[in-house]
Design a protein around this ligand. Sequence first.
Ligand code: AHG
Ligand code: MN
Ligand code: MN
Length: 329
Amino acid sequence: MNIGMTLTKFLLEEQRRSPDSTGNFTALFSDLVVAAKIISREVNRAGLIDILGTTGNVNVQGEEVQKLDEFANETLIRTMEHGGHLSGMASEEMDEIIKIDGKYPKGKYLLLFDPLDGSSNIDVNVSVGTIFSILRCENGCDLSLDDFLKPGVEQVAAGYILYGSSTMLVYTTGNGVHGFTLDPSVGEFLLSHENIRIPEKGKIYSINEGNSRHWFPGTGLYVEKLKANEKGYTARYVGSLVSDFHRNLLKGGIYLYPSDRKSQKGKLRLLYEANPLSFIVEQAGGRSSNGEHRILDIVPQELHQRTPLIIGSRHDVEEAESFWKLQEA
Ligand code: AHG
Ligand code: MN
Ligand code: MN
């Protein structure tokens, strides 16, 4: 293991290898790390301070806003807005895009995030996470919604912070996927998982089978096929996408949140969840699809667009896609 390799040092080394780099990106990441540490501290104290439960509000997605959702959202916005590296942000918890206040300098990147993924799990001490995606902003200060509606292939970086038994940050800038674990005693993210590769085929499948009565035929046939497989697939479903994804990334497997009769467009959000995790999975050698198309090629029409998602080990996702031809409304 590379003892003492902090995330900052690792980013600086990546930056040195790219002669055109200005260092802005590394600085943006440092701000993000500060936000991650603050959210991690708060998540770890849940139960001790008044941070559990709902705020009583409903977000743009029609979901109950948890206190920690709001805290994570505010922390990210306040930590990132004055760094001078961003032109704007978009959050799963906010109706509209966030323009950087005129009193702060603007930069050439956009940050999109799901501040707290899996928030229904917060109250029961199950892993949650923050997912982020970074785009380049061509128009600088003339920021508009269109600047955010870019296909996932245009992401310059993506990652997540997982608040689990330890806090981990996993990211890609298009040069592989790297994982860092927060060492609370030194307050730094240390390199723990260099160049993560997802196994080509796994034995885990992750899907909410409680929805099976709403499924289209292809989903049911695929899941039945997995159960009949002699190799013995095992079901694992935490209910926090970021946790289910992380486990399958390391162990191999497939995660599915398909469209069904209840959620015709799927549930997960393209810009804050599907795109960043798809960039990561592809960089790790895996695959991601909406059943018909590669997720990263989808051109978004709206900020909070939902998408079906099939993501994980390459062979497993390919096999699932072959069943999607059988789907019907
Ligand atoms: P969020 O907490 O950001 O709204 O996301 C919840 C998502 C995702 O984390 C998870 O995989 C999925 O919802 C679970 O949905 P079901 O409860 O419908 O299975
Ligand atoms: Mn989420
Ligand atoms: Mn969320």
